[in-house]
Every structure is written in structure tokens, then in C-alpha cells.
Design a protein around this ligand. Structure first.
Ligand code: AMP
Ligand code: GLY
Length: 445
């Protein structure tokens, strides 16, 4: 098969890497891709949100399957475009249509969807500038901290957690006043849930589903989960509290009602669903849906899928996931993201990256490219805040029910990962040194 992966970050590099290992993958393309995906196949210039450019690439290269990495083109209707275009009807497409993508594209839609289908989530109400007084009244009924969410896509920045009622009222007005542009015309206010977060992922054809390995993301810039929120500074998989019992609750209370709800509302869905969950005393609650894989979670998750991802994607697109099974490695995966100094605030681009970033993958380590490109004179340089995501897998297998061994696996993954992180060089390189330590503490009790 000829496969086109849309997107150009670490997530897409990891998806492309996994697809490239399939026997059925003849030619692999990425649009726009990055220097990492260029090692696996061919990069094609263009934006995944430019539908005509995607169509031209598909026809020119005889693409059999398109796998969409980011949410933006899906929310804008790339899935609908493929479904409606006669020239593209035979192309297998992984990603929902715009109605399905609204699970991520509109927090108001997602929350109401969960309410309609009795899916556990924080209590909430949605407001606009016309209902400001009701919003203030609703805020007064909640306890601090206060959670405010812009309804639409806001580049991952649209959620504010306010410590005081006064701050929440000010931020509510800022959001309705355009702080996040039109994305904040409607604001969801919700109850704060305390617990531990976990990212779970499914691949679904709308009826059946495969559960991919789960992961924990490290969102804050500083060690000990301090400082500003980022796109993600690291990931670990597996997550010890995601036991069979917890997973069964997620299946019964969240995944199956979500798929039944989509079907009932006439929304076809073929693609990934990322469940951002809060474990509140052993019970899962949905913090958010995403209609794509997570970044940097994917860079850990892909390395733990032992079976053939391209085969799973094909069965998904053909609506035959009921016949399919996924094999997950008992080895752990740990990902550390190297960012550019200053990130997530302002940072420089175009800084030269040591060329070993292109050759350090091998054995138990993968170096995934998130924000790199080539300068006009052919040097590998930084082109984003998150530059590289380095994943190491433990070399030995897990020992079920044997907690000290599980902690040892993560320790081993940390050693292997940080040894590679140290070898890569660019000016201002920053990374968190504590990825996985909380999980080790959790396992050791
Ligand atoms: P979201 O974009 O909806 O995932 O929110 C971003 C982050 O805000 C989440 O990963 C959580 O850490 C936090 N968050 C969102 N909603 C809640 C909530 N209701 N209670 C506690 N934390 C939340
Ligand atoms: N790592 C969180 C996300 O991809 O949204």
C-alpha cells in the first residue's frame, strides 16, 4: 500500500515509523513531514488543511490510505471532503468527518454529548456574552479552583484553571471578549475534578474498537509539574493504575456509550479517539475527547504496539475491526521531549541541531522529530518549541503483579532515554529530568 501521513510533528513521525515497519507498506509519504519522516519515506510540501493540495498529492502518488495526524484538518472537514469527492472514494481515510471531529472541535458539543449519553464527566454549563449574569451565578455555586474552557480550538491554550472566584470572573470576561478569538464566543464552565490524569486511545470503525496502550503525559514545563502548560514534555507507558478493572470501567462507562452515542446520532467515525481521563478514586471521568492521537504520548504508544498498525488501520477503514486484535508489548516506554529555551513562551528558531539526531535511533531507542527542519544550506535546525522526542523502551519484559520489577523497568527506560538525550545538542536545549519518577514512586507506594 502507498500511505500518506498528514502532519509534521513527533506524533506523525512516530505513526509513520510504525507504519513503515509493516510488510504491506510499499511507499510512505508525509505532508509536510519533517527530517525524521524523510528518513522513512518521501515528504511532500503542503499543508494538511489545504484540501486541494492533499487531493493532488493523493492522485499524483497513487495513495491507498491517508492517516490524519492533527485535528485541525478534521475539524475543518477533510473527512467529508474525501467522502464526497468521486476521485477519492476508493482511498482509505483514517479520521472522522467534521461532525465526529466536533468531539474535539467544540467543548460545548462534547460536554452535551456526554450528558446526553450519561458518560461520566465534570458537571458543567455553557455561556455566551448574552448569558454573562447566569455565568457569574453558576460560578458562585462552584468551589475553587474554577475551570473555564473556550468552546473552540485554541491551539491547546483554551483551558484556564482559576484559583479564585474573582480571577475566574475576570478571565470569563476576557474569554468572551476575544482572548482566544471566536473560539471563546462560548465558554464552558465546569467543576474541578481532582485525581490523576491518563491518556487512553482507541482506534474505532464506529462499531468496534481496539484499545491502544495508555500513557501519562507531563504537561508542565518545570520539574515536579510546575510552571506553564506546554504541549507535553514527556510520556510514560504503561500507567500502573490502568489495571484490567480500570480498563473495564473505561470500556463500559465511556468507550461503549461513546460509540453507541455516535451511532445513535448518525455520526460515522473511523479513526482514533483520545480519551483524556481523570482517575478519581478508581473511577474514570472524561476531561476531554480528542479526535487524534496525543503528542508526545504517541511517541511512547507506537513503540509498544507489537502488531501491525497498518493492518489495524486498514481493518478500521474497511469497518472490520471486529475481526482484529492488537498485540501490546509488555515492555515499558519512556519519552523525553527536548525543547528550545524559552518555550512555551517566546523561543528562537533556526538553531543548529547536532546531526546525530538523525542517527541515534536503533535498539531500544527512537529519536522522533517534532520541530526540526533543514536550513537553506542543508543544516538540521530547530523549527519549533518542541524539537525532539526521545523514546526508550525497557529491554526486558514486565513481570505481571511484580511491582518492584515494573519500577525497575521505568528506571531502566529513564537511564537509556536520558543517555541519548545528553548526546543531542542544540543551543538552549531544555528537558525535564523527572519524567517517570512519579510513576516509580506510585509503584513503590
Ligand atoms: P483540556 O484541554 O480540556 O484537556 O484541559 C487541559 C488540562 O486542564 C487538562 O489536561 C487537565 O489537566 C486540566 N483540566 C481540564 N478540565 C479539568 C477539570 N474539570 N478538572 C480538573 N482539571 C481539568
Ligand atoms: N499530549 C496532549 C495532547 O496531545 O493533546
Amino acid at each position: 500500500m502507498n500511505v500518506l501521513v498528514l502532519g509534521g510533528g513527533g506524533r506523525e513521525h512516530a505513526i509513520a515509523w510504525k507504519i513503515s515497519r509493516s510488510r504491506d507498506c510499499e511507499n510512505l509519504y508525509a505532508m509536510p513531514g519533517n527530517p525524521g519522516t524523510a528518513l522513512l519515506g518521501q515528504n511532500i510540501k503542503g499543508s494538511p488543511s489545504d484540501f486541494q493540495a492533499v487531493k493532488s498529492a493523493v492522485l499524483e502518488h497513487g495513495i491507498d490510505m491517508v492517516v490524519v495526524g492533527p485535528e485541525d484538518p478534521l475539524v475543518k472537514g477533510l473527512g467529508d471532503f474525501f467522502a464526497q469527492d468521486k476521485d477519492l472514494e476508493k482511498v482509505l481515510f483514517i479520521g472522522p468527518c467534521s461532525k465526529g471531529a466536533a468531539l474535539e472541535g467544540s467543548k460545548d458539543f462534547a460536554k452535551n454529548f456526554m450528558q446526553r449519553h450519561s458518560i461520566p464527566t465534570a458537571a458543567f454549563r455553557s455561556f455566551t456574552s448574552e448569558t454573562l449574569k447566569e455565568a457569574d451565578d453558576f460560578l458562585s455555586t462552584l468551589k475553587a479552583p474554577y475551570v473555564l474552557k473556550a468552546d473552540g480550538l485554541a491551539a491547546g491554550k483554551g483551558v484556564l484553571i482559576c484559583q479564585s472566584l474573582e480571577q475566574a470572573r475576570v478571565e470569563l470576561r476576557n474569554m468572551l471578549g476575544g482572548k482566544f478569538g471566536a473560539a471563546g464566543n462560548t465558554v464552558v464552565i465546569e467543576e474541578f475534578l481532582s485525581g490523576i490524569e491518563v491518556s487512553m486511545f482507541i482506534l474505532t470503525d464506529g462499531k468496534d474498537y481496539l484499545i491502544l496502550p495508555e500513557a501519562k503525559d507531563y504537561k508542565r514545563i518545570g520539574e515536579g509539574d510546575t510552571g506553564l502548560n506546554t504541549g507535553g514534555m514527556g510520556a510514560v507507558s504503561p500507567v500502573p493504575f490502568v489495571t484490567d478493572e480500570f480498563t473495564q470501567k473505561v470500556r463500559e462507562r465511556i468507550i461503549e456509550p461513546t460509540l453507541a452515542g455516535l451511532a445513535e446520532e448518525g455520526i460515522p467515525y473511523k479513526g482514533f479517539i483520545f480519551l483524556g481521563l481523570m482517575n478519581c478514586g478508581g473511577d474514570p471521568y472524561v476531561i476531554e475527547y480528542n479526535v487524534r492521537m496525543g503528542d508526545p504520548e504517541t511517541e511512547a504508544v507506537m513503540t509498544r504496539i507489537d502488531s501491525d498498525l497498518l493492518h489495524h488501520l486498514k481493518m478500521c477503514a474497511l469497518g472490520r475491526l471486529s475481526e482484529d486484535r492488537i498485540e501490546i508489548s509488555p515492555k515499558s516506554a519512556l519519552t523525553v521531549v527536548c525543547v528550545s529555551g524559552g518555550y512555551p513562551e517566546s523561543y528562537r528558531k533556526g538553531l543548529e541541531v547536532s546531526s546525530n539526531a538523525l542517527s541515534l535511533s536503533g535498539g531500544n531507542v527512537n529519536v522522533f522529530h517534532s520541530g526540526t527542519s533543514y536550513s537553506p544550506d542543508g543544516k538540521l535546525v530547530t523549527s519549533g518549541g518542541r524539537v525532539l522526542a526521545i523514546t526508550a523502551n525497557s529491554s526486558i519484559s514486565d513481570c505481571p503483579g511484580c511491582s518492584s520489577a515494573a519500577a525497575g523497568l521505568i528506571e531502566e527506560g529513564r537511564r537509556a532515554c536520558y543517555a541519548q538525550v545528553e548526546k543531542i545538542d542544540f543551543e538552549g536545549k531544555y528537558f525535564r529530568r523527572d519524567i517517570g519518577l512519579d510513576i516509580i514512586r506510585y509503584i513503590k507506594g
